[in-house]
Design a protein. Structure first.
Lengths: 260, 260
């Protein structure tokens, strides 16, 4: 784990390619973002898609065409400040570099999307224990039958993450996560998984299976940042750069400042 | 129904004993309160009880000892401004007068507690349909196993009201009612009734039974203003005045101003 609590310092280490692993826990008070870089011809539609689907695709940063700096989010150069990238051509993964200097060009637009780490911290601080954190596993994620709103060529179904909670914690988690619309916000469902097209709660499409659902627990589902990645895979833009899973952009924004 | 939307006008009609029925729907934009009047020797303990148990006993008004006026809540004389009262001696109902002029004395203290009508209105405005309102029945209420926090001689178990909601509306109802702590606030439970000591959801202790719980609905439980009434019945103060069920005090406070 990158055990550095200052975001500038954490990015410096990442920029120098001295840390190339997952960023969970690094500068944990600060917002981490999902990355998507697209040629400008897709930018308008993808921005619309994010704005139409703010729960799975909460846009927290948008770069200027051709500019790799994201000053609104900190002293960030998007070409170097993520531990590892994925470069896609027409939906095919062609490279997983530690920086994207050689891929950057004047036509690219950077999108930064919020991630659930930012609302998990206030949940933890409120005393809510989450199974995947206690078990040190990846939160289970499921493909649902919920259609995202289409924008241009971008369309597809929503992916959700699931945390088993008792009634008391479920209510509290709704209250808390509602204050964080920039990082998925309130749950989109709770209770019966079948209602949103999930056939077997023990078989998530992504992440690790839940260990169990206790008798007094119900599954609580949040829109998930994996959604835009799948939308991109499905829509196959001729060029695209994302972050390598779990290896996120660390920003200077405090999680607590995302609260409304 | 008292079809008057101005609270001053509604109270004038009630004060003149020209309306002696339930107040639901009258001046519906304004807060209605549950009434409890006690001799001063009980006042400190009862106030503590309310403050320790704000969900079932949200205190929205507190009179000065011996003063029947409640200027904070409007141009109110508590001796005349409720359609009908109940007068209790040592836990026994001795009178149900239309005013309490002859019972008032310099030692009495008035407590006004918020009621769920104030959060039902914003739920309705948010498009949430509630079965008891659609069916024009009284919301089902249940005795639970949840112990209130004791204060002096006041102790007992919490009563809850129940509204069957689908997952989407349950989440929305938690978000909305959380903004109204002065009128019971967020639900205290949802899902399995057995966890809070309710054995049969179709057999409420008070109000009307729910017609049904649909397959996609879960029971959502809120702390209920009947709680303090039962606490008073159980603790049997030597003298006490309450409102007759459903015949509440109409105040000048707007429901929306209770939102935090």
């Amino acid at each position: 784990m990158l055990d550095v609590q200052n975001p500038t310092e954490a990015r410096k280490i990442i920029r120098d390619n001295k840390y190339t692993e997952q960023t969970a826990g690094a500068a944990y008070k600060y917002v981490q973002g999902n990355l998507c870089i697209l040629p400008s011809k897709y930018a308008s539609d993808f921005e619309s898609f994010c704005k139409k689907n703010p729960k799975p695709c909460p846009l927290i940063g948008l770069g200027t065409k051709g500019d790799p700096l994201l000053n609104d989010l900190g002293d960030i150069d998007i070409r170097t400040d993520v531990p590892q990238y994925r470069v896609w051509k027409s939906g095919e993964l062609i490279d997983e570099p530690l920086d994207i200097k050689k891929y950057w060009n004047d036509d690219l637009v950077t999108f930064i999307l919020g991630c659930s780490m930012s609302f998990e911290l206030p949940l933890i601080e409120a005393g809510i224990q989450m199974q995947h954190i206690q078990n040190n596993t990846i939160v289970p994620m499921y493909q649902t039958s919920i259609e995202c709103e289409t924008a241009g060529q971008f369309s597809g179904k929503m992916v959700v993450s699931m945390r088993p909670l008792n009634a008391h914690d479920a209510i509290k988690s709704i209250q808390i996560s509602s204050k964080f619309p920039a990082v998925h916000g309130a749950p989109i469902h709770l209770g019966n998984p079948d209602e949103i097209g999930i056939k077997d709660i023990m078989k998530p499409e992504y992440g690790d299976p839940p260990r169990e659902l206790k008798k007094n627990e119900m599954p609580v589902f949040w829109a998930c940042g994996v959604t835009p990645q799948l939308i991109l895979e499905k829509s196959k833009p001729d060029f695209c750069i994302t972050h390598s899973p779990g290896k996120m952009l660390i920003t200077d924004k405090l999680n607590k400042d995302l609260a409304v």
